[in-house]
Design a protein around this ligand. Sequence first.
Ligand SMILES: Nc1ncnc2c1ncn2[C@@H]1O[C@H](COP(=O)(O)OP(=O)(O)OP(=O)(O)O)[C@@H](O)[C@H]1O
Ligand SMILES: [Mg+2]
Length: 337
Amino acid sequence: MLMKVENLAISYNGMTVFSDLNVELEKGKIMSLVGPSGCGKTTFLRCISGLTSPTSGTIQLNGCDITKTKPEERPVVLMFQQPLLFPHMTILQNVTYGLKYGKRKLKKKEREEKGLAILEKVDLGSHGERYPHQLSGGQQQRVALARALIVNPDLLLLDEPFSSLDPSLRSSIRLWVKDFLKNEGVTALFVTHDREEAMIIGDEIAVMKDGSFQQTGAPEEVYQNPKSSTVAEMFSEGVHFEESFLPANQLTIRPVSNLKVSDTETIRAVIQYKVYKYGHSFYHLHVPSLKQNVVVSSSQLFNDGDHVDLTYLRSSVQPFHNEQSTIYFTDKARQSR
Ligand SMILES: Nc1ncnc2c1ncn2[C@@H]1O[C@H](COP(=O)(O)OP(=O)(O)OP(=O)(O)O)[C@@H](O)[C@H]1O
Ligand SMILES: [Mg+2]
């Protein structure tokens, strides 16, 4: 197991951010961490990198307890939201900075060789002599990634690295980064607000809320089988009741009718608006009785403001199976669930 976090807790001035986080992450895996603003995602990464000391609990890396190890002595690199490149240094100098001092110190020639090699890998081989302001936002993030990986960390922590990029650049760079990390066999924890991004990048998803991991698992598992209304609301698509979840793909939009069909239930909804995507019409609906919104595709024509019925088979409702918040990222553990 590359990383093992046990009973990690942190409080600021008596206010608990999280109280009992438990995570295991296998070598070569990428875990996406999603959760609402302020739930403690950055704090968790800071604890792992050593920038923040946890109140209690332990962090192990490669079987060694690093809870009290200084940040610079941990084989971990944290990459922030902004590339944070030194403006007065060239791209090559920025990338090789981590090899200049401390334990990883190398001679200038070696540093430059390594720097050029990693710049080639991030497709910026011809940009080494430029300065950060002469690169685009996406290119700067690739430099930041090269700078992080040049020191060969055992664990890479990425804190919303693409959130400052515009949407089209963001979607192309995230695919590129995913392929890159997988080809290099990097183990990473990746924080994002974006569900789609979490699913694209992560081998595993961890949904964090209210100071704990609410659910973890393969992206499709969490998406299709939320274990609680909290996870359903944050990560899945559909409507949720107190004790169960109804996936959006099980809903059919029909004109309002009082006709009862056996085995079928109906909820009233209002069409808010329609979007065309991937060759289909998707209706955004509000369900007043549940105070929820849902998106359902339909080939029938409805207008904004129409009152409609959403029908579904009773058998398509999935009861929640609440489980504890401990997560294990071994394949064995996943199979046994
Ligand atoms: N140094 C600090 N002192 C006091 N409180 C802090 C400190 N750092 C973070 N907090 C609090 O801890 C909580 C978690 O913050 P954190 O930055 O980890 O959230 P986050 O999940 O990364 O949020 P976001 O998605 O907005 O980045 C917040 O309530 C924040 O106000
Ligand atoms: Mg944060």
